[in-house]
Design a protein around this ligand. Structure first.
Ligand code: DGJ
Length: 695
């Protein structure tokens, strides 16, 4: 909440921790403390380098930014090449600037016109600190960066840390892993062009932590492209973590006079994983989501994908819309298939013009029908892509990433457009701007369905800049469209949750969580999602699960999807009267609790994978009301008879609720420490319990 300078030791203060950095007598940037607040006068630069002639000082110290050069042999954050061939950075301290909650901690190269600023931002209403690095070229010749991380962290003590990340894939996003780092280097990264389904751009480090207790050191990166998290532990037990743009196949030419800001890192320290998730959730609402929508609940959405796939038309979509409106849906989104020759995934991407056979009178007829039903209209696009079978590709084969000597690898029968070309950006902007200007569209689902390959770009002086420039071009386009069409909301999708990162939350808004809409799998996927991502942004559809996996009752599917931003995606034309009644009732109920789900605090009580039962409670700000979701799938060994300890309520308040036809009136302390008896024994057991304070 404030930043204090004491002789070039900077104390960045939040309510729950101090982050202390500064310079030493050599003017080197140093890290000193990340932990419980101490007396600010006590902090001083301590020497913790080596005093052994076989080791170097630089390898022993903890830094906020470690440049490559001199006798530095550990992992570095920045590596640059100057025009005369020198490939080392050697920095002098260059002063600081504190402006309210913002610190600029400045350095400059001893010889070359390179300035490096370490930026810090803290917040009055959040125990999060943001940091990033600015590099400035104040000379004339290019400085070429070969590595440009956003910052480094050093974890307290010398005992090994565990790291929680994901090892997911399409249909199995946010699958959690825990890895003990007792030596060497642990890397989480993406090389696919997006942040991807596999690892997450974050670190979550701890020694002995669970949902409720234990120090959890965490950071998330606001970036949607190739990233890298590089954690290492040295012989002396020191654990350091660097995080930022992936240096794999990366370079960035900083021209004379140019300035570059690395992606931001948001970091914190909490007691337990639960408080980490809640701190990040509140931070997203208050500081990351687009301002005009951040505090408004998300509408209940219907998406046509699983109902009609590519087979969209005015008549059928209108019929679906009528059904959706009848049960209380507020926004109707038509997915893939409405443009070009898009009858399957072999053709049409790039031709963002209405398919006249499917929509002979244009889009407005459908939009009008949707609006007449009292719903807003949204539409699917995949702007970064082209099918070779498209007019766009036939006219501009050179608009894709390619090498003339290589056959382009098609994935999902499509190629990636070279988004670093201004003419490509202009084309996409014009198509989308026309779409939004000419039609009453309130929602864009922006998809991206394949990783990059054959990444040649003849237009770039340094083609290794493409990874960064692609992501930047996507952000710039979305930001421009949002500025022109401020009433339009953007959903970020990449074959499900392949771009579900903090860059997406900043520039788009919500994300499509996974193409796996099977409710049982969703319990695990959603649990993994909520660890470091905001609940409100998690779109969760109720679909028809037949054909994929074991079927689950419609009510069970609703109860799982209601733990995020409820959406529908089944073929409602096949819904029975009973299904329609149930959907209507569930949506009405969701609307009554969505403020608590989307803006409240989530406490994960039981985990389906570990406990065989999933239980999540969402609590409102003043802890006067909560919604408890419980679900389980099968009974084994009479095991599921347990006391459920209900966390998150106010110890001193009295609460009342109905459970298993019994009225329960107990204090928050009792519910937390004694719990309620839970028998989750039937097939597809699921309950939603509203807990109210007795006033
Ligand atoms: C992948 C997405 O994850 C789906 O929801 C759907 O939009 C398809 N693409 C459409 O091609």
């Amino acid at each position: 909440m404030s930043i204090i300078n004491q002789n070039n030791i900077f104390i960045i203060q939040t309510n729950s921790f101090h982050y202390v950095i500064g310079t030493d007598k050599n003017g080197t940037n140093r890290f000193f403390h990340w932990g419980k607040p101490c007396l600010v006068e006590d902090y001083m630069p301590e020497y913790n380098g080596f005093i052994n002639s076989n080791h170097t000082d630089l390898d022993g110290i903890c830094q906020e930014c470690s440049p490559f050069g001199l006798t530095m042999y550990r992992n570095v954050d920045i590596k640059a090449r100057f025009s005369d061939g020198c490939r080392e950075i050697s920095l002098d301290y260059n002063g600081y600037n504190i402006d309210g909650n913002r610190l600029e901690f400045k350095f400059k190269d001893k010889h070359y016109p390179l300035e490096i600023i370490l930026n810090y931002l803290c917040y009055d209403d959040s125990d999060i600190v943001t940091k990033w690095i600015t590099v400035k070229n104040s000379g004339c010749d290019d400085i070429v960066f070969e590595k440009l991380f956003s910052g480094e962290f050093s974890l307290p003590g010398v005992k090994p840390y565990k790291f929680r990340n994901t090892n997911g894939s399409w249909g199995a996003e946010f699958t959690q892993t825990e890895t003990l780092l007792d030596g060497g280097t642990l890397i989480y990264e993406s090389r696919k062009g997006t942040s991807s389904h596999t690892n997450s751009p974050q670190f979550v480090a701890y020694q002995n932590a669970d949902e409720k207790s234990g120090n959890v050191y965490f950071a998330v990166l606001e970036y949607s492209g190739n990233f890298k998290v590089e954690a290492s532990r040295d012989l002396y037990g020191k654990t350091r973590v660097g995080i930022g743009l992936n240096d794999f196949d990366f370079e960035y030419n900083l021209k004379g006079g140019e300035v570059f800001d690395t992606p931001k890192i948001h970091f914190g320290l909490t007691q337990g994983f639960g408080e980490m998730s809640r701190t990040l959730n509140r931070f997203a609402i208050n500081h990351v989501f687009p301002k005009n929508f951040a505090r408004t609940p998300l509408p209940v959405l219907y998406n046509s994908w699983e109902a009609t796939y590519f087979n969209v038309s005015t008549a059928e979509q209108s019929r679906l819309a009528e059904k959706a409106a009848k049960v209380g849906v507020e926004l109707f989104v038509m997915d893939d298939g409405w443009f070009g020759e898009r009858n399957d995934d072999h053709a049409g991407l790039g031709d963002w013009f209405v398919n006249k056979e499917k929509f002979p009178n244009g889009l407005d007829e459908l939009i009008q029908n949707v609006n007449n039903c009292g719903m807003d209209f949204g539409i699917w696009v995949e702007p970064e892509m082209v099918n070779p079978n498209s007019n766009l590709y036939r006219a501009h084969p050179d608009w894709t990433y390619h090498y003339d000597t290589r056959t382009p690898s098609e994935l999902r029968n499509q190629l990636v457009l070279n988004m670093t070309k201004p003419e490509v950006q202009k084309y996409i902007y014009n198509c989308l701007n026309d779409l939004l200007s000419n039609h009453n569209i309130k929602y864009i689902k922006w998809d991206m369905n394949r990783p990059f390959s054959e990444t040649g770009c003849e237009n770039l002086e340094n083609p290794k800049m493409l990874w960064y420039l692609h992501t930047k071009a996507v952000y710039d386009l979305v930001d421009r469209l949002k500025a022109e069409h401020s009433d339009v909301q953007f959903e970020c999708c990449s074959s499900g949750g392949g771009r579900a990162d903090w860059g997406a939350f900043r520039h788009f808004y919500m994300i499509w969580t996974s193409d796996n809409t099977h409710a049982i799998d969703r319990l695990a996927i959603q649990n993994g999602y909520t660890l470091t991502r905001p609940v409100k942004a998690m779109r969760a559809w109720v679909t028809d699960t037949e054909g994929y996996n074991r079927n689950t009752p419609l009510e069970f599917r609703f109860h799982v999807a209601m733990r995020g931003s409820l959406s529908l995606g089944g073929n409602m034309l096949k819904y029975s009267q009973e299904d329609m009644e149930l959907s209507k009732e569930k949506i009405r109920f969701y609307k009554s609790i969505r403020n608590i789900v989307q803006f409240g605090d989530l406490y994960r009580l039981l985990n389906i994978d570990k406990d065989e039962i999933s239980a999540d409670i969402y609590v409102n700000e003043d802890k006067s009301k909560a919604v408890l979701f419980i679900a389980s799938v099968n009974t084994r060994c009479f095991k599921k008879s347990i006391p459920l300890f209900i966390d998150g309520l106010d110890d001193g308040k009295i609460y009342s609720f109905e459970f298993n036809n019994q009225k329960i009136i107990k204090s928050g302390a009792y519910l937390k420490n004694v719990g309620i008896p839970l028998e989750a024994r039937e097939q597809f057991f699921n309950r939603i319990i509203i807990i109210d304070e007795v006033k």
